[in-house]
Design a protein around this ligand. Structure first.
Ligand SMILES: C[S@@+](CC[C@H](N)C(=O)[O-])C[C@H]1O[C@@H](n2cnc3c(N)ncnc32)[C@H](O)[C@@H]1O
Length: 190
């Protein structure tokens, strides 16, 4: 799944993952961050509804990156420019930076599973000391060829525990209705 694949999905409106609004779990994560200057990254941001909320809440260091130019163009049109907002068309795996918080929602599951070890390692390199990846992951299997690609808590522990100082994976009770019961909270601390 390269940039053309994802861009075509946006162009054709085949974006079933797009909630049209900030999801409840990500709102809870953002609301718990007291440092408005925290450096925040949203990889595979898509429409990036988190951005609107982060800016409304006064966050001053927000970066989004997505492979699909159309997703980023639309996000830029909707949100406009803001001091401290960086919107990048590019590949997460090539991105360099240091973040306090990286938000995860339907990015991990969009990647070919052969990239999962690289995801874990690259996420780790992007975190400041004490920084964390936080969000939700699917803990279910899908009865079709992905994306999305599913997985299990046991698999995620095996993947993440060698790469992070602390790993939290717990059932998420705040998921939007279609995802309820199939998502877990994830928190990966450097
Ligand atoms: C399933 S969508 C999820 C979008 C968004 N997180 C959401 O919840 O609506 C996955 C997104 O990841 C992007 N993506 C896939 N591989 C990527 C990569 N290697 N680097 C950056 N973005 C990527 C796609 O373009 C797409 O926008």
């Amino acid at each position: 799944m390269d940039a053309t694949y994802w861009n075509t999905r946006y162009a054709d409106g085949r974006t079933g993952w797009d909630l049209g609004q900030l999801s409840p779990p990500l709102k809870v994560i953002i609301d718990a961050v007291t440092d408005k200057q925290a450096a925040i990254l949203i990889p595979g941001a898509g429409s990036g509804y988190e951005v609107d909320y982060l800016l409304q809440q006064g966050f001053t260091d927000v970066t989004v990156i997505d492979l699909a130019p159309l997703a980023i163009d639309r996000l830029r049109e909707r949100v406009g420019t803001a001091p401290g907002l960086t919107t990048l068309v590019g590949n997460f795996f090539d991105h360099q930076g240091q973040y306090d918080l990286i938000l995860e929602q339907t990015f991990f599951c969009a990647l070919d599973p052969t990239l999962r070890e690289a995801y874990a390692q690259h996420m780790r390199t992007l975190l400041k000391p004490g920084g964390r990846v936080a969000g939700v992951l699917f803990a279910t299997t899908f009865p079709f060829e992905g994306p999305p690609f599913g997985g299990s808590v046991a698999e995620y522990r095996t993947l993440f525990e060698p790469n992070f100082g602390a790993v939290r994976l717990e059932p998420c009770l705040l998921s939007v209705k279609p995802r309820l019961g199939s998502e877990v909270w994830v928190e990966l601390t450097a």
